[in-house]
Design a protein around this ligand. Sequence first.
Ligand SMILES: Nc1nc2c(c(=O)[nH]1)N[C@H]1C(S)=C(S)[C@@H](COP(=O)(O)O)O[C@H]1N2
Ligand SMILES: [Mo]
Length: 262
Amino acid sequence: MSTPDKKSKKELTVEQKINRRNFISFSTFAVLAAGAVGGWEWLYKSPEETAGITAGARKPLRRALNKTELFFRRVFSDNHMVKIYPKSMAAKRVRVNSDIGIEADKKFDPSNWKLQVAKKGGEVLQISLQELMTLPKTEIIYDFKCVEGWDQISHWGGVRFKDFIEHYKLDDYTKMQYVGMETPDKGYYIGLDMPSAMHPQTLLAYEMNDKLLPLENGAPLRLIIPVKYGIKNLKRVGSITFSNTRPRDYWAEQGYDYYSGL
Ligand SMILES: Nc1nc2c(c(=O)[nH]1)N[C@H]1C(S)=C(S)[C@@H](COP(=O)(O)O)O[C@H]1N2
Ligand SMILES: [Mo]
């Protein structure tokens, strides 16, 4: 029978434990430090790039940049489609999250609304909902994600942004880098990179669950951009602009990621 006394003799004393722990952490540190120095040496001795936008960057860094580039090309390529779901899985009661830019105007009348598209030289296209509804309709059922942590499978219908561009012969504008959208009262506004706007799943939506959009979900027209978080899915689009500089963006101004991609 072993007594508690005998047992404790086999264990290390507190002092021994401390020494042991110090030894272990010191060795770990030494190994890591050697690795870091080695890493820097390896980087430092590697050849410099001599041309292109990364001129001066060491080759291994250049490789890392290439990877990032590749990643973005994959994310924004037409082949990268967001997962879609059967209609039966779409929420019947769709969440209403926030209402910046659509709250004050309680008497807003969708029938008086027209989409304003700013063209070069000050010309503004004015497009009614009836007119938009004559364009080919596209539907999507996908998992809508909000940066606040919730997501919901929802069903939307409308015009592909891409089809809208072609129909109104705005192809030239897609050579620009950004699209800006704002609510009619300019209270909420977003900026999008052109490849995401032109993604085949990006819609100017006027329907939810096969019916015209409710006011609180963005009637008469909202953006549905499945490659981005909810914050970019502007409700009640009033105007569309094209530019090579980043359009102002409500949540980016509050410190959120400008791209807010998924
Ligand atoms: N005009 C406007 N659009 C908006 C917002 C807003 O506050 N105002 N909130 C955004 C955010 S954060 C989310 S998650 C979605 C929510 O859309 P829903 O209310 O239809 O669920 O709308 C986006 N579009
Ligand atoms: Mo959100």
